[in-house]
Design a protein around this ligand. Structure first.
Ligand code: MF3
Ligand code: CO
Length: 246
């Protein structure tokens, strides 16, 4: 799973570097495909329930599952990129949100809060913690900001399949559910909105948008519980274990 995670991190880095005004979503998908090919890895997104691409590219009011098309990015847009990889049958899955050129302050805050809520969630993923501590940590960061926390989509276990039990909500009371044990791997993925957290799905059957047209940001890592703390698998390089909670 470490190798799959490393490939996902490499996809993120290559796509992040290409994001800019005038670049199309389909071009970003091609970059994802080439990183997969360079690493002899395959995509867990392509063909998933018929999904046609190796990345989800979700712009502005699109929360998740945007299908890459010929839409060109414009200065001021925000875009979330969600992608995964399979290596030797093991899966990785992660997402980030980035601005295109200069973005407004609310959008920058939104991205920062999504990232901060993911970091707070990862920090509580110590062995012995309860599953619901994760969602509680996300919600505790997002709610005081006035941004919305999407409840209709969750994180998930990940391993030999992209989506395994349990699902990991981004809200809830702490101290509930299974105890986290070394060897568990979970994909944690808060989705944060500027307005209403409610979503609807477009006629393409995939694209999830905010009901009110407000912007959304998404941040995700695949995280392993180890004896000494959570370890983020979808980062490049040495991947330090997070020993202390915040
Ligand atoms: N990887 C997404 C998630 O974070 C699911 C994408 S479904 C796909 O769980 F069909 F778009 F691949
Ligand atoms: Co996921």
């Amino acid at each position: 799973m470490r190798e799959a995670g490393r490939v996902v991190a490499e996809m993120h880095a290559a796509i992040r570097a290409a994001i800019g005004p005038g670049v199309s979503l389909a071009e970003l998908d091609l970059i994802g495909r080439s990183v997969l090919a360079d690493n002899a890895a395959t995509s867990n997104f392509l063909g998933y329930h018929g999904y046609p691409a190796v990345i989800c590219a979700s712009v502005n009011e699109v929360v998740v599952h945007g299908i890459p098309n010929d839409r060109a990015l414009e200065e001021g847009d925000i875009i979330s990129i969600d992608c995964g990889a399979i290596v030797d049958g093991w899966h990785g899955d992660a997402a980030f949100t980035a601005g295109v050129g200069a973005i407004d302050a609310v959008s920058a805050d939104l991205i920062g809060v999504a990232e901060a809520s993911l970091s707070a969630a990862i920090a509580v993923m110590q062995p012995g913690a309860h599953l619901s501590d994760i969602g509680h940590a996300v919600f505790s960061v997002v709610e005081p900001t006035g941004f919305g926390t999407v409840r209709e989509y969750t994180g998930h276990g990940i391993g030999r399949a992209m989506h395994e039990e349990p699902s990991v909500p981004n809200f809830g009371r702490p101290g509930r559910g299974p105890v986290l044990e070394p060897g568990n791997v979970l994909a944690i993925e808060p989705m944060v909105t500027t307005g209403s957290p409610l979503t609807s799905t477009l006629d393409d059957g995939w694209t999830v948008v905010t009901v009110d047209g407000g912007r959304a940001a998404h941040a995700e890592h695949s995280v392993a519980i180890t004896e000494t703390g959570p370890q983020i698998l979808t980062l490049p390089g040495d991947r330090p274990t997070i020993v202390e909670a915040e």
